[in-house]
Design a protein around this ligand. Structure first.
Ligand code: ADP
Ligand code: MG
Length: 584
């Protein structure tokens, strides 16, 4: 008995269909990409559905079209106009090339393909109708130049696959996402998407990135983006990303990335982008990123598989580093408050004038026990001020109006936006910057006149020698002093709280807790120290104090988030306020 047999033509096409055509969105993708490959300037997509499924997909383009014979040939398995020799596969510029899509789609649906060749003298267009892989008709009809493809009853003859289809809403969402991605990466083509005859979005083919983003996501969304462009190390990068302080999401659904013209999804790239944000990115949040990345093939072996979205790169680390730098630079050129940089002078009042005493107007309205933290803050702000950035690099400093709940600073900027600052988070950011700046200088620590003894557990004692250098950078100089006892010789300058043995213990605990290279551990130490250095709880502040805090905040590298990634600042723009009051 001969068990092995060659599959018939129809079976082959079903198998191939399984690969190319997973769902309605894949049909849309293949047909739309054919239009782009055919030099279309405008593409229209119409989707219809009943209660349970998408019933019709129509895609019409104004591209090159096909003549009578080619229109039929297009449906033959492995018939393509895009490659002819194996070498062609290396330099593929078109989106399709395998000659499978139309054959596969026609095998599992009812297709009406109408096409008229651009510039052809014949007045006739051609229509090919195929149902489940079977040719129904091949005729001449009247139609404009370009191609329109109607796909009805998708999966009608493949019940197994039909069962895998999700709700109309889900399938539609995939279609929208697919068309959005294609529109975003083909900005010279105009797209319009209709569902049940109603327009869902439209782009205009102007070639401009913001135009397309506005077309897809709306004008308001574009305002939350900042441009990224330039050459950094191995990459040239061009695109738009979410401004710091603007809305982030908990999912990474808004990454639109391409490398050398091909759409890619790459965890490494996503990671590099988020690293570029650093502490500007709230914990667990993702920005939007629309980026075209160009990498010179002479430097880097770029392997974007034509059918897959994953990318493989040689010198990946360097590439990612470059992307990270591009993002970092873009974000630090942008200023959320204002582009005006006034010649704000930092005036450090000498201690004999400011004194340790609490100004009378504060003393008179604050219960005595609340005064300690006030003094602390006051003292720390004076200490940190000397290390603040040079005045000319400070962006506009909002003008303080008052304080709410002993916790939030209320301020305004010169364009009339309302600004609310979490004073604790802001203070933490200032402290972190100070600690970081000092850790890079020689004067991170302040020697204690009387060294402080610190008793550690056995485990801590065992691990401490490895941490001594890191702690020293942070400002802590420790020396062994007999069994499990260490002498603290110096503590960080920025805050006296950091000299508290209990705090030091906590910081060492943090350093020991978890692995990481030297930089990572140091960063953890500095973050914990920053948090501990900041006076906890509610603290009434004077207008001058708050003004000083904001001035210092604006002088930090990342004013809008605390070192742990929480926001320091909320801006309610004038227009947002107008919206809230329903003024138009
Ligand atoms: P591929 O795109 O991989 O070549 P397809 O099955 O998608 O394979 O298409 C087969 C061929 O049909 C294409 O190579 C192209 O020549 C032609 N074709 C398909 N769609 C269009 C269109 N919208 N406009 C012009 N030609 C088209
Ligand atoms: Mg194709």
């Amino acid at each position: 008995m001969n068990k092995i047999h060659v599959l018939d033509e129809e079976t082959i096409s079903h198998i191939a269909a399984g690969e190319v055509v997973e769902r309605a969105a894949s049909v849309v993708k293949e047909i739309v990409e054919n239009g782009i490959d055919a030099d279309a300037k405008s593409i229209r997509i119409e989707i219809s559905a009943d209660k349970t499924s998408i019933t019709r997909i129509l895609v019409a383009d104004d591209g090159l079209g096909l003549n009578f014979d080619d229109a039929l040939l297009a449906f033959r398995q492995h018939a393509t106009s895009k490659v002819s020799r194996p070498e062609d596969l290396d330099g593929i510029k078109t989106l399709g090339f395998r000659g499978e899509a139309l054959a596969s789609i026609a095998a599992i649906s009812k297709v009406t393909f109408t096409t008229k060749e651009r510039g052809s003298p014949s007045p006739e267009a051609t229509r090919v109708v195929i149902h489940g892989g079977e040719l129904i008709s091949h005729s001449s009809v009247g139609a404009p130049e370009g191609t329109s493809v109607i796909v009805d009853n998708l999966f009608y003859n493949t019940p197994a696959r039909r069962k895998f289809q999700k709700s109309v809403a889900t399938e539609l969402a995939h279609v929208y996402d697919m068309v959005e991605r294609i529109a975003l990466s083909n900005r010279n083509v105009s797209f319009v998407l209709l569902y049940q005859g109603k327009e869902r979005f439209r782009t205009f083919g102007t070639g401009s990135y913001p135009d397309v983003i506005a077309g897809v996501f709306g004008n308001g969304f574009v305002k939350e983006l900042t441009p990224v462009s330039g050459t950094y190390g191995l990459v040239t990068i061009d695109g738009w990303i979410t401004k710091s302080g603007c809305e982030m999401k908990t999912t990474q659904t808004r990454f639109y990335l391409s490398i050398n013209g091909r759409q890619v999804s790459s965890r490494q790239l996503q990671w590099a982008i988020r690293e570029g944000y650093g502490t500007l990115l709230p914990k667990g949040m993702y920005p939007a990123a629309f980026l075209d990345i160009t990498i010179d093939r002479r430097d880097v072996d770029v392997n974007v598989h034509p059918t897959k979205k994953e990318v493989r790169l040689s010198r990946e680390r360097e590439v990612m580093r470059s992307v990270q730098d591009a993002i970092y630079n873009a974000l630090h050129e942008e200023r959320i408050f204002s582009s005006i940089i006034p010649q704000e002078k930092i005036v450090t009042l000498p201690p004999e004038i400011v004194g340790e005493s609490v100004p009378e107007y504060v003393a008179s309205r604050v219960p005595a026990r609340s005064l300690a933290p006030f003094r602390q803050t006051e003292k720390q702000l004076r200490r940190t001020e000397t290390y603040a950035a040079p005045p000319e690099t400070i962006a506009f400093v909002p003008e303080v109006l008052g304080q709410v709940g002993d916790t939030y600073i209320i301020a305004k900027n010169e364009s009339g936006d309302l600004i609310i600052v979490d004073q604790h988070a802001a203070h933490e950011r200032i402290m972190y910057d100070q600690l970081l700046a000092r850790s890079e200088s020689a004067e991170s620590g302040q020697e204690l006149i009387v060294p402080l003894p610190l008793t550690l557990t056995k485990k801590e004692t065992a691990a401490l020698p490895d941490l001594l250098d890191i702690l020293k950078k942070a400002g802590y100089d420790l020396e062994p002093f007999g069994k499990d006892v260490w002498m603290i010789r110096s503590v960080p300058v920025v805050s006296s709280t950091l000299g508290d043995p209990e705090v030091i213990h906590a910081i060492i605990g943090e350093a020991l807790d978890g692995l990481g290279n030297t930089d990572e551990v140091l960063d953890r130490v500095l973050k914990t120290a920053a948090c501990r250095a900041v006076v906890k709880g509610n603290t009434p502040l004077t207008i001058e104090e708050m003004q000083r805090l904001l001035r210092q905040l604006m002088a930090t590298k990342s004013p809008y988030t605390c070192p742990h990634g929480r926001p320091t600042t909320i801006v309610l723009s004038k227009s947002r306020l107008a919206g809230m009051f329903l003024r138009t």
